[in-house]
Design a protein around this ligand. Structure first.
Ligand SMILES: *[C@@H]1O[C@H](CO)[C@@H](O)[C@H](O)[C@H]1NC(C)=O
Ligand SMILES: *[C@@H]1O[C@H](CO)[C@@H](O)[C@H](O)[C@H]1NC(C)=O
Ligand SMILES: *[C@@H]1O[C@H](CO)[C@@H](O)[C@H](O)[C@H]1NC(C)=O
Ligand SMILES: *[C@@H]1O[C@H](CO)[C@@H](O)[C@H](O)[C@H]1NC(C)=O
Ligand SMILES: *[C@@H]1O[C@H](CO)[C@@H](O)[C@H](O)[C@H]1NC(C)=O
Length: 953
């Protein structure tokens, strides 16, 4: 009775559990491993099902995880290789988590479906793994603003779908890789629009092969590196270019003449190099907006006349460029002109600011030249600086143009309140432009290109605010307002603007909100108004006030499983077992520390007292913890009196089954050692092999090969959805018999299994039977002369009555159990069902003179009785001889094998043929809740068997 409830509860438990967990098990394991690895994961993580229960930042398609979007979550930790098991992942964005450090695992190359890999502004270090070149679907690769070192992996050249490549702001060094016969290179990226490599330590020449007319690059950013040599003329072939930055390098030589072909270029930054030769004629650049040529070694030349022919020019930076002669007055009439810096040249003559001067002009800086006079047509509103010219030497400091203007003559832009009085807010809250107190999400927009230079002009910022709000509204991001402030240039010629984004509704964002905003920037889905702004990168600040705080405990999942089990007896049992287990564990820890037979065991050396293992190895507790994701519920695939069985994934991807003894079920260290030595010697196709063990930290675990198709019991009951017809049943019976015969007759020493039953016969993908679970097994020593006297153990229904009565264990006890198993195979009934014992039932119903021995009532109809399964009567005969009362009357397992083989030949089968894979023969793979094979096995170390299991009826 007690046992019935136990089994019932176990079934209920496992079924409920399987219904709850719907996400693909491997994906779920990988996520739980990230959850383990990271601090500050969203509180919704860890409990329930990642896809079904809405873990923040996890996107699924069907049951597979296809996106992880967790920018600005304050995550702390690393990125282990475990993530590589998410084989359907398309998008990974972990940007703005400065606490994410360590190197990128090379196994990231396994994420073959990845289209967006975005890790902007984290703390990653080390080389970018070459395997990144295997992510052939990649469109966005943004690894900028980390601490990556080493070379640019040439394999990136293989990413023919890549559109966005941003490796800027790292510590990358070495030359720019281009392809040669054997190696790919960046020149192969003809579909890429963005090369962002600024702020690294790249050196060497820019290979001329890097650029070609086939390319479709829009932004080529190599600023602030250590590149040398000349700018290759092939750059002039890339007609699509809009922003070109090679400033702050060591480029020398002449600029190629065909730069003039780049008619779409808006920003050209070549300042701070050692360029020589004449200034190029750039008349063709009729889109040119910003030209930075300062601090180079060009030949002395007159102020180039073509400059006055650039219709879009707003900003001219030609400080220290050996210009001489006079600046033509017509130049200042360019209608978009805002800023002209011509400091430190030899410009001479009289400066004429005539009529028709650009009304956008903000500053003309001509410090330290040779200008001797100044004429203006009238009053002007912009700054003219002639400090350090003869014109100022003579007249002293009386003219405004002979003094430096105050540096902040106008306040910098800052979004004003919208017709309201700003609040004085408390505790870190900020008054929004609508005068609400809230916790904004803040960060810095860094523009690497921009098409204006008057930082005090409001229009670009107001336009930017509008486009930000439009973006958020159209993407349903809960944003109330945005505010911009403090536009400024930094030393890399980037424009920086502070951004604050205020929440709509509550006074702080939840994690979903933050990740939506951050993703808009990290993924570049937000595009700033193109008339003012070029390429940008956003640097998100840490957000401290998530409304979905706090993540009180990572372990809430346990409580949920507990709640599922609810009032079930199982829960009480587990609870009792847990309390008992805790005390036992303490005891065991104390005991094993002083008495550890493995204490001096070194897995590399093989000496002394160490276990003599063949093909099995020692796993550390930490390893197993990792492989099972901290023994997560998702990997719990069965349990019983002995403890639990977990699925584990080795770093090689191989699945294993890990049996973890619960604290009450531990055996002594020496017994454990004896057992694994025994099991490690067992190697047979029809026996589940032991791969290793763990004996550490008060734990005893056995690591077995993972057998995917469940147990024979599952197949017979229909739970696994695998149809087992008569020929398959024969094949399974033969496999099980061979496995058992091996244990009895070929293993050294021979092994008596002691717990043969349908739940211990596992089926692999080709339905090969594998005998599993040696928890009760006994080796037969020479001295024992064919029998061992033991405490009676086994499972009711399968237990040999002779053994039960005499307590003398022989191989024939296994033969008896096997006979019961054979009857189970033809009837699909449990040995004891509704109080009826199958051996007795068959014996009583059997009429040998009738067809099928008159057993039609008892036989499993799914065998296909209409066609009279060939050899079935012989099979029944064999089964009945196995369950003969006296062991001496039963055949040996070797004889059983031979008999089944002959029955198969009778049925027209080849007993040595391989069966087909089951994949094509599932009736319905999703039918029914699949009970895992490892559930309900007896791991029964001494004393651990539930008492009811050994009572034969
Ligand atoms: C690049 O692609 C080619 C052809 O697909 C392949 O042979 C080569 O191994 C790849 N190289 C790298 C470094 O991934
Ligand atoms: C091709 O380039 C790689 C590095 O980019 C270099 O190691 C290799 O020697 C080169 N092979 C040839 C044939 O030039
Ligand atoms: C590009 O520039 C070169 C050199 O100035 C010139 O010969 C060539 O005709 C130009 N090509 C086009 C398509 O404008
Ligand atoms: C300005 O400089 C040029 C070149 O050095 C020279 O030829 C010219 O005479 C100078 N003009 C004046 C007014 O000094
Ligand atoms: C987070 O905020 C969004 C928008 O305000 C809301 O739709 C969502 O339900 C919130 N999520 C949680 C977990 O509170």
């Amino acid at each position: 009775m007690g046992s019935a409830i136990w089994f019932l509860s176990l079934h209920v438990f496992i079924q409920i559990y399987t219904i709850v967990a719907t996400t693909d098990a491997g994906d779920s394991t990988a996520l739980r491993s990230l959850w383990n690895e990271w601090k500050n994961v969203p509180p919704s993580w860890g409990s329930g099902d990642p896809c079904d229960d809405g873990w923040v930042g996890i996107g699924c398609t069907g049951l597979r995880v296809t996106s992880i979007t967790l920018p600005s979550m304050n995550l702390v930790g690393g990125l282990s290789g475990d993530i590589s098991t998410l084989s359907e992942l398309q998008q990974l964005d972990l940007s703005y988590n400065k606490g994410l450090t360590g190197s990128l695992p090379s196994s990231i190359g396994n994420l073959k479906k990845l289209t967006n890999l975005i890790l902007v502004g984290c703390g990653f270090i080390g080389p970018i793994p070459d395997t990144i070149g295997s992510l052939l679907l990649l469109r966005f690769l943004s690894l900028n603003s980390n601490g990556f070192t080493g070379h640019i992996p040439p394999s990136i050249g293989n990413l023919s779908n890549l559109y966005w490549l941003d490796l800027a702001d790292n510590q990358l060094e070495g030359p720019i890789p281009v392809s040669n016969g054997s190696t790919p290179g960046l020149d192969m990226l003809i579909n890429t629009g963005h090369f962002h490599f600024g702020k690294n330590k790249l050196y060497g020449q820019i290979p001329s092969q890097l650029f070609s007319s086939e390319m479709t690059l829009i932004h080529v950013l190599f600023e602030s590196n250590q590149l040398s040599g000349t700018l290759p003329s092939t750059l002039g072939l890339v007609k699509t270019l809009e922003v070109v930055r090679f400033d702050n390098n060591s480029l020398n030589g002449r600029l190629p003449l065909n730069l003039n072909n780049l008619t779409s270029v808006q920003d050209l930054f070549l300042s701070n190099n050692v360029l020589t030769g004449p200034l190029p004629d750039l008349t063709g650049l009729n889109s040119l907006n910003t030209l930075y040529l300062s601090n180079n070694s060009f030949d002395s030349s007159d102020f180039p006349s073509w400059l006055a022919a650039l219709p879009s020019l707003t900003t001219l930076m030609m400080e220290h460029t050996q210009l001489q002669g006079q600046v033509p007055a017509t130049f200042f009439t360019l209608s978009n002109l805002q800023t002209v810096v011509l400091k430190h040249n030899q410009l001479n003559g009289t400066l004429n600011i005539g009529p028709g001067v650009s009304n956008q002009l903000q500053m003309i800086d001509l410090q330290t030249n040779l200008i001797s006079g100044f004429n203006s047509a009238g009053t002007y509103t912009f700054d003219i600086i002639l400090v350090g010219n003869p014109v100022c030497d003579e007249t002293g400091a009386t003219n405004t143009y002979c003094t430096l203007p105050p540096s902040n003559s106008l306040p910098l832009y800052s979004t004003p309140p919208k017709n309201c009085q700003p609040n004085s807010c408390s505790s870190g809250q900020i008054s929004s432009p609508t005068c609400r107190c809230a916790y904004p999400y803040t960060g810095t927009l860094q523009f690497r290109g921009f098409f204006f230079s008057d930082l005090r002009n409001r229009t670009p910022y107001e336009t930017l605010e509008q486009s930000l709000m439009q973006f958020f509204q159209s993407h349903q991001v809960p944003v109330d307002t945005v505010s911009l402030s403090n536009p400024r240039m930094d030393s890399f010629e980037y424009l920086l603007v502070n951004l604050s984004v205020f929440p709509f509704g509550p006074n702080s964002f939840n994690r979903t909100g933050i990740s939506m905003i951050a993703f808009a920037f990290s993924n570049q889905s937000f595009k700033p108004p193109p008339e003012f702004f070029g390429p940008y990168v956003f640097h998100g600040d840490t957000y401290e006030q998530f409304s979905d705080e706090p993540a009180s405990s990572k372990k809430s999942s346990i409580a949920i499983i507990g709640a599922v089990a609810g009032a079930s007896v199982l829960f009480l049992l587990l609870l009792l077992a847990g309390i008992y287990g805790y005390r036992q564990r303490k005891r065991a820890e104390r005991a094993t520390k002083g008495n550890n037979p493995f204490a001096h065991w070194d897995s590399k050396k093989s000496s002394g007292n160490i276990p003599q293992l063949k093909g099995a190895r020692c796993f550390s507790f930490e390893e197993l913890k990792k492989y099972t994701n901290n023994f997560s519920e998702a990997n719990d695939i069965g349990s019983g009196g002995y403890g639990k069985v977990y699925r584990g994934t080795l770093p090689t991807g191989e699945l294993v089954a890990i049996k973890r003894a619960q604290q009450g079920s531990m055996q002594g260290g020496l017994e454990f050692k004896t057992e694994i030595e025994l099991l490690s010697r067992v190697h047979h196709k029809n026996v589940v092999s032991l791969l290793g063990f763990c004996f550490e930290q008060g734990e005893q675990m056995l690591i077995y090969e993972y057998v995917p198709n469940g147990s024979l019991s599952d197949s017979l009951s229909g739970k696994s959805g695998i149809r087992v017809d008569w020929t398959r049943r024969l094949k399974i019976a033969l496999g099980a018999a061979r496995g058992l015969a091996y244990l009895h007759e070929l293993a050294n020493p021979p092994i008596i299994h002691r717990d043969i039953k349908s739940t211990n016969i596992l089926l692999d993908e080709r339905l090969n039977a594998k005998v599993s679970d040696f928890g009760l097994s006994k080796p037969m020593g020479d001295s024992e002369k064919g029998h061992v006297t033991t405490q009676v153990k086994g499972t009711m229904g399968y237990l040999d009555p002779e053994y039960y009565m005499t307590q003398q264990l022989t191989e024939k006890s296994d033969v008896y159990s096997f006979g019961v198993l054979m009857l189970e195979i033809i009837t699909a009934r449990r040995p004891i069902e509704r109080g009826k014992y199958i051996v007795r039932e068959v014996r009583m119903s059997m009429v040998k003179t009738k067809s099928l021995y008159n057993l039609q009532e008892i036989l499993d109809p799914t065998i296909g009785l209409s066609t009279t399964p060939k050899g079935l009567e012989k099979f029944v005969d064999l089964a009945m001889s196995c369950v003969a009362e006296s062991g001496a009357d039963r055949p040996t397992m070797g004889e059983v094998v031979k008999e089944i083989e002959s029955i198969m030949q009778l049925a027209g089968m080849n007993p040595n043929a391989e069966s087909a894979s089951t994949s094509a023969t599932y009736e319905d793979a999703t039918k029914g809740a699949s009970l895992h094979p490892y559930s309900d096995e007896s791991f029964a170390y001494s004393g651990a068997l539930p008492a009811s299991k050994i009572e034969p009826h």
